[in-house]
Design a protein around this ligand. Structure first.
Ligand code: BGC
Length: 514
């Protein structure tokens, strides 16, 4: 892209850079990592509502589903079926804990490659599955792939991005996730119409396509300047920085990268450091933001939209079509965040999105409650079912420009370098743990809590919205080194931040303490 940009924000370093085609292309390819996560998120809901798949692996669920007199809320309740969906997230949680070492020692691209490779093998296991064991092994391998990708790709994007557009580039990861979800639901829509076992095999097997894309992408991608410096390739790092910034005048940014690398080498125990009182705001935020993101209930829609729509009385084809529509709406609405997050700020999006989700969840719960009642044996007419789909779309839109992208962006931008790796690992693993829990418990919860399930998530949306209102200061346009100023000025967090931490960045603090 033409034109040079110089930062105008007070206190931000005036790095000189152009938005080069190279940085776009590398970040575009880098974002493929989000695709594999998204494809997986989107494919399992559709597959678990395909009759031949259920008949083959989950005959009990299939029988229940066929039984028209069964309680609507419990049609799909099966521990094994949810284990199929959620096993992936336990694997991703575990792999994300050690992926950070590979990312650091061998570079970001090799973590991405490994992620693509294990994902590829997993897709083969799933596509050719003959029994439940093969299905679960496949899911676990896919999970390892997702853990590696989610650990390395956001870091890769942030390091490659021009500093003042880091927020928008970071949101690109979420755009890729949702794109993967949408492609998966479109594929499900067509494969669900195929006779016999071929449909679900194609759906699960096609996961190999994004896997190959990320593998090839990782091989051709350059490594980030930060990673090159970290591994001792200082001269190559400078050349890389010059080529992605489109200028030879990168001395200031380059020096900052060198300083940051020196600093991080001096911090021997990031896990111990993050427990110090002065990092309490970051510790609490990196635990609570991913927790709350999952407690919005979004993955009930992501995983089980087709199942949910069938529960509402839609036919299998109409259910998949509705899931496709909600996915496309989520994709479009994520761009709202990309274009506004640096202008309106994080808090406005969090609060607005929270209120929108709250209202729509209460309306969905109330409508389902009135129509199905507590026994779950009532009927939902066509127009009411359509109204519920519309409410689900409003809910999804609210998530798409708030907790979706910000759930990844905010934890990654609030931590100073000396604790960033530990904070990122906490963020990914808390996210995966609660993704697992929601995936594992949703069908049982729907069966027992019935329409109250929507009120359950609405309750958490109230808590998280109040939490953001009271506890999260605005971080837009604040450089990470200046973040302590924001925490210090906060009515609650201020007391945790030592006075001397405010007037100096991490680098100066480090020098002072040496
Ligand atoms: C969340 C996922 C979710 C996805 C799509 C991501 O930010 O972490 O759990 O499935 O958005 O909604």
């Amino acid at each position: 892209m033409a034109g040079g940009f110089v930062s105008q924000t007070p206190g931000v370093r005036n790095y000189n850079y152009k938005l080069t085609p190279k940085v776009f292309v590398t970040c575009f390819i880098g974002a493929f990592g989000g695709l594999i996560f998204g494809y997986d998120l989107g494919i399992s809901g559709g597959v678990t509502s395909m009759e031949p798949f259920l008949e083959e692996f989950f005959p009990d669920v299939y029988k229940k589903m066929k039984n028209a007199h069964e309680n609507e809320y419990c049609r799909f309740d099966s521990e094994l079926l949810t284990l199929f969906t959620s096993s992936l997230y336990v694997a991703a949680l575990i792999s994300s804990l050690f992926a950070s070492t590979i990312t650091r020692v061998f570079g970001r691209k090799w973590s991405m490659f490994l992620g693509g490779f294990t994902f590829f093998i997993g897709s083969a296991f799933n596509g050719f599955a003959q029994n439940i064991a093969m299905l679960l092994i496949g899911r676990i391998l896919l999970g390892f792939g997702v853990g590696f990708a989610n650990q390395s790709v956001p870091v890769y994007l942030s390091e490659m991005a021009p500093p003042n557009l880091r927020g928008a580039f970071n949101n690109g990861f979420q755009v890729a996730i949702i794109f993967g979800i949408v492609v998966a639901t479109i594929i499900n829509y067509f494969t669900a119409q195929m006779k016999g076992n071929i449909g679900w095999r194609i759906s699960l097997g096609l996961a190999c396509v994004p896997a190959v894309m990320i593998m090839i992408g990782a091989l051709i991608l350059p490594d980030t300047p930060n990673s090159l410096i970290e591994r001792g390739y200082t001269e190559e790092a400078k050349q890389m920085l010059q080529s992605i910034r489109g200028t030879n005048e990168v001395d200031e940014e380059f020096q900052d990268l060198i300083d940051a690398s020196e600093e991080s080498k001096q911090v021997k125990h990031p896990w111990k450091n993050i427990l110090l009182p002065r990092y309490r705001p970051q510790l609490i935020m990196t635990c609570f933001i991913p927790f709350f993101q999952q407690l919005t209930g979004i993955n009930v829609i992501t995983f089980y939209a087709p199942v949910l729509f069938q529960t509402l009385g839609f036919g299998s084809k109409a259910s998949l079509l509705s899931a496709m529509v909600t996915g496309i709406i989520e994709l479009l609405c994520t761009f709202v965040s990309v274009f506004t997050v640096d202008r309106f700020g994080r808090r406005v999006l969090f609060l607005q999105g929270g209120i929108q989700m709250l209202i729509s969840q209460i309306a969905i719960g109330a409508m389902i409650g009135v129509k199905f009642g507590v026994a779950g044996t009532g009927n939902i007419g066509k127009s009411d079912a359509n109204a519920i789909v519309a409410l689900i779309c409003i809910y999804v839109a609210g998530f798409a420009w708030s907790w979706g992208p910000l759930g990844w962006l905010v934890p990654s931008e609030i931590s100073p370098l000396e604790i960033r790796s530990a904070a990122q690992a906490i963020n990914v693993s808390v996210n995966m743990f609660f993704t697992f829990l929601v995936a594992q418990l949703f069908l049982t919860m729907l069966c027992h809590m019935k329409f109250g399930l929507f009120f359950f998530f609405a309750f958490f949306v109230v808590i998280m919205t109040v939490f953001i209102y009271l506890m999260l200061p605005e971080t837009k346009n604040v450089p990470i080194e200046e973040m302590n100023r924001v925490w210090k000025a906060h009515w609650f967090w201020g007391k945790f931040i030592p006075d001397e931490a405010v007037n100096m960045g991490a680098a100066e603090m480090q020098q002072k303490s040496v």
